[in-house]
Design a protein around this ligand. Structure first.
Ligand SMILES: Nc1ncnc2c1ncn2[C@@H]1O[C@H](COP(=O)(O)OP(=O)(O)OC[C@H]2O[C@@H]([n+]3cccc(C(=O)O)c3)[C@H](O)[C@@H]2O)[C@@H](O)[C@H]1O
Ligand SMILES: Nc1ncnc2c1ncn2[C@@H]1O[C@H](COP(=O)(O)OP(=O)(O)OP(=O)(O)O)[C@@H](O)[C@H]1O
Ligand SMILES: NC(=O)CC[C@H](N)C(=O)O
Length: 678
């Protein structure tokens, strides 16, 4: 095992796929086959596992009654055999379209071939006969077909019940359908996917009309999402007859609802799109929802082949976002922020009404999380028609509170028109430290976890008693990343609240939601905006340990950079990926600060890269804290809404796990990886 293994996409649960459209000459199968051969050679040299070409591409789709001419049918079959022979050295599985006679019926077929062998023939099921289409005049539907066909003296599997499985690439199983098959209420690919096909290939000859490109994209996107699969679509282009129609050669690759690649249309001389699909993602998705792969005796035939890709760094032809919780595209980021904000406010309003609360109580530190929670509280008050003075905001300086934070907390509270106040926790904290005989109580500079938690605990204590006193609810501020890492003080501490509006938001999203909210809500003043901009730009710190020349206590120096930890959280929580896979993705996303896009407004100074050892270092810490030491805090966490599609950590919702587990398997996997790359 080496770095090349680690970097090889085929060792990390990916497969490279392609959709191609080639120029054809109507009724000249051998010529067309040799063009396909050239494109397959390109696919092979780029490490492509599967390449799909258009419907009836060896002859052309628009031959009409010429399909009944013997020389055409014999020529097509011969062209296929020649193509298969001439591509025998290629790693790529080719899928081409041609008419094939079986008995006394003619079928519109897809031929699937690999390393000199025809793996199977799939006939088209749904034959359109409306408007511009006349397929039943020439072809018989393959519905229910399950047999063989003689090709080049060999019996080849023929039917709509075939799954093509790469025995050496876990999760790479191919199912095939043809054009109209996708346009019907129940496309054959639905059953193919349920029986195990993860990659669905569609050979198409779809004449272009105004608006049809969007319809095709919609169908491909929806089918890939519904079937938790990769959907490859290749439409016919130049060379098809324009007697009554035109041909744009649209190419699409979707994965579970995401568009990974799409082509220019109306190009000449053919085109191809390539993308690396995440087979692990598809398999994990299926494992979680339980609708797939019910049994081996499902009535489908399985044709196995060995892909045998060369093990090397083929690169990764796929965008891996740095921030899985924060889209880099500004309009998508805006959309997510608007949704998150709406969810937080709606959820809080409902709880306040149901609990017949008279006030909201919140501790405001001058930091990021309490700033967002305060904004949400203010907005909920506005929505419920409450005076903002019913939001009881308190800043509570402790032993390490900086003057900047204190000033920002006061400024923020004042600018929002809430009922603001200051509660100095130091005398009570000192009394408590003395009472438990802590060295700090005797004047010694001992700043251990007890010292920290006494402060965090007393703040919470004050807030809860204030809430009792004013018939209020304590609004929690802790975010999802802190919950993932156990970065909060349990029970009598910031882990507890009556209702936590931030529990579903990862730290990397919070700054964007704050920016969005103040930018889109006129009820927040210019002063509030200016203060919030400063809060968003400040170093993240719990301010529990005094600065003694070592600088302000930095959260990310202890628990790692939040961008990396949120990245790991997303893939652990949403996809259940193994550490090595997450490291591979993280490496691609974060290794080069110059490459890829950054979210709008992301500070220049934070645009950094991380090498693999650093990634592994922080992932080790994540795995230990997430799996071994912090679940007990989540198992007892207060109510609060799920916000992001990546998941939530509620023990009543997305994440149910034992409070006494271990992280040994994850740590061991990371140790193995670390020793390989050393
Ligand atoms: N499985 C389990 N089931 C039940 N209880 C378990 C347990 N494992 C440990 N425990 C108990 O829990 C204790 C540990 O939990 P806890 O008392 O919370 O203490 P702990 O997690 O050790 O400390 C809290 C940490 O969070 C940081 N913090 C606090 C507040 C705010 C922020 C912020 O930036 O937002 C950060 C703070 O700097 C400190 O490092 C253990 O000492 C043990 O007594
Ligand atoms: N000085 C303080 N005054 C009032 N409340 C505080 C103070 N310090 C902490 N808190 C409360 O405890 C919570 C956790 O503290 P912490 O400082 O970790 O979070 P934060 O300042 O809101 O945001 P960040 O984690 O980004 O610094 C705060 O959100 C706040 O509700
Ligand atoms: N060749 C076909 O089956 C084409 C029919 C399909 N409805 C389309 O327009 O794309």
């Amino acid at each position: 095992m080496s770095l090349a293994d680690f970097l090889c996409l085929y060792r990390q649960g990916f497969a490279r796929v392609a959709a191609c459209t080639t120029p054809i000459t109507l009724g000249e199968p051998l010529h067309n086959a040799m063009v396909v051969r050239e494109w397959l050679e390109r696919c092979h040299s780029q490490g492509v596992a599967v390449a799909v070409f258009p419907e009836l591409g060896l002859t052309g789709y628009t031959l009409e009654d010429i399909f009944f001419q013997q020389v055409v049918l014999e020529g097509a079959q011969q062209a296929l055999l020649t193509l298969v022979e001439e591509t025998a050295d290629f790693m790529t599985v080719g899928i081409v379209g041609l008419p094939l006679r079986r008995g006394d019926a003619l079928y519109n077929c897809a031929a699937v071939f690999h390393r000199g062998r025809i793996l199977g023939i799939v006939p088209k099921t749904m034959l359109p006969r409306y408007r511009e289409f006349y397929e039943p005049r020439h072809f018989t539907s393959g519905q229910g077909c399950s047999g063989t066909i003689m090709l080049g003296g060999q019996a080849v599997p023929f039917g709509t019940d075939i799954l093509f499985k790469a025995e050496d690439i876990p999760g790479l199983t191919l199912g095939v359908e043809i054009c109209e098959d996708l346009w019907v209420p129940q496309p054959p690919s639905g059953a193919l996917a349920q029986a195990g096909a993860t990659v669905l290939a569609n050979l198409s000859a779809s004449p272009v009309t105004v608006g049809r490109a969007e319809q095709r994209a919609l169908l491909c996107k929806a089918q890939s999402m519904r079937t938790a699969s990769a959907y490859l679509y290749a439409a016919a282009s130049e060379g098809e007859s324009t007697t009554d129609l035109a041909w744009d050669g649209q190419l699409l690759i979707h994965e579970a609802g995401d568009c990974l690649a799409s082509s220019e249309r109306f190009v000449r001389q053919g085109e191809m799109v390539v993308a690396d699909i995440d087979l692990d993602r598809l398999r994990q998705e299926r494992l979680q929802n339980g609708y797939f792969g019910l049994a081996g005796d499902d009535g489908f035939r399985h044709v196995d082949f060995a892909l045998a890709p060369e093990v090397k760094d083929w690169g990764l032809r796929r965008d891996v976002p740095r921030f899985p919780f924060v889209p880099a595209r500004p309009e998508l980021c805006e959309q997510d922020c608007r949704e998150a904000w709406g969810i937080q406010v709606q959820a809080l309003c409902q709880r306040l009404r149901a609990a017949h609360a008279s006030t909201m109580v919140i501790g405001v530190s001058g930091g990021l999380d309490s700033a967002l929670a305060l904004l949400v509280a203010v907005k909920a008050a506005d929505c419920l028609g409450w005076e903002r003075s019913r939001v009881l905001a308190r800043t509570m300086p402790g032993f390490a509170t900086g003057s900047e934070s204190l000033a920002m907390a006061h400024g923020l509270m004042a600018s929002l028109g809430v009922s603001a106040g200051e509660l100095d926790i130091r005398p009570t904290a000192l009394a408590m430290l003395k009472a438990i005989d802590h060295p700090y109580g005797r004047g010694e500079p001992v700043h251990d976890v007890t010292f920290e938690n006494v402060q965090a605990g007393l703040r919470t204590d004050f807030l809860f008693r204030l809430a009792n006193h004013h018939q209020g609810l304590v609004i929690g501020t802790g975010d999802m990343s802190e919950l993932a890492l156990g970065w909060c003080t349990y029970g009598v501490g910031d882990q507890m609240a009556h209702y936590n509006v931030n529990a579903g938001l990862p730290k990397t999203l919070i700054q964007h939601v704050i920016r969005w909210a103040v930018g889109h809500d006129d009820s927040f003043s210019v002063t509030a905006r200016t203060i919030l901009e400063k809060i968003v730009s400040a170093e993240i710190s719990p301010e529990l340990v005094p600065d003694q020349g070592q600088g302000v206590q930095s959260t990310q120096q202890v628990i790692g950079p939040y961008p990396l930890q949120d990245f790991t959280l997303y893939y652990v929580l949403r996809h259940g990926f193994a550490p090595e896979k997450i490291a591979f993705l993280q490496f691609h996303a974060w290794r080069d600060a110059e490459k890829g896009s950054w979210p709008l407004n992301y500070p220049e100074r934070d645009r950094v890269g991380y090498d693999l050892p650093t990634i592994i270092h922080w992932m080790r810490l994540f795995m230990r804290r997430f799996f071994a030491t912090s679940q007990f805090k989540r198992s007892a966490m207060p109510n609060g809404p799920k916000v992001v599609a990546g998941g939530s950590l509620s023990p009543r919702g997305d994440w149910r796990a034992p409070s006494d587990g271990t992280a040994n398997l994850w740590i061991a996997a990371l140790e193995r990886l670390a020793s390989r790359i050393r």
